[in-house]
Design a protein around this ligand. Sequence first.
Ligand code: GLN
Length: 191
Amino acid sequence: RGVVGVLALQGDFREHKEALRRLGVEAKEVRKPEHLEGLKALIVPGGESTTIGKLAREYGLEEAVRQRVAEGSLAVFGTCAGAIWLAREILGYPEQPRLGVLDVAVERNAFGRQVESFEEDLFIRGFSEPFHGVFIRAPVFRRLGEGVEVLAELSSFPVLVRQGKVLASSFHPELTPDTRLHRYFLELAGL
Ligand code: GLN
C-alpha cells in the first residue's frame, strides 16, 4: 500500500498517524508543498480550523492541495476542523481561509458551545455495524451541493459527507480504535 500524507500544521495529526499505523500504512507528515509530491491521499486533522487555514495559506499548501484535488490526483479526508477547511463556505466566517473543494456550507460549533463534546453511535452508509462518533465542538454540513453524498447523519444533520474523492466528517474517527473509516478513505484514494 502507498503512503498517506497527514497535514501536520496544527491539531491531532499524531492520532491520525497512529490510526494509519494500526492499518499498516505508512504516514508522512505534510508541512510544505513539496511534501505532497507523489501522494494520492491526504488527511487533514481536527484542531482549530482558523489556525490550520492560516498556516496552510502561509506555507503555500492551500494552493498546492487545491490544485491537486482539482486535477483529481489527490484524495482528501478532513475531520472536524479539517472538514471545515475543505468547505466552500464557512457560515459566519466569510474571511476564514479555506480550501473550498467540498461544495457545502459548514457551520462551526453547530451543536452549541455548551455541548462542548459528546459521543454517539452513527449509522454509516455501507457499514454493517454502527460507528462510535466522537464529537468535539463539532461542525455540521449544510446546503449541500448536488455532487455531495451524505454518508451519515446525527439527528438529521449530515455529519459525514463525500464528494468524489473528498471525504469530510464532523467527528473524530482518529480518536477511536475503529479503523473502518480510514480504510474506507484509503479505498476511495485507490490505495
Ligand atoms: N470548533 C473547531 C473549529 O471550528 C473544530 C473542533 C475540532 O476540530 N475538534 O475549528
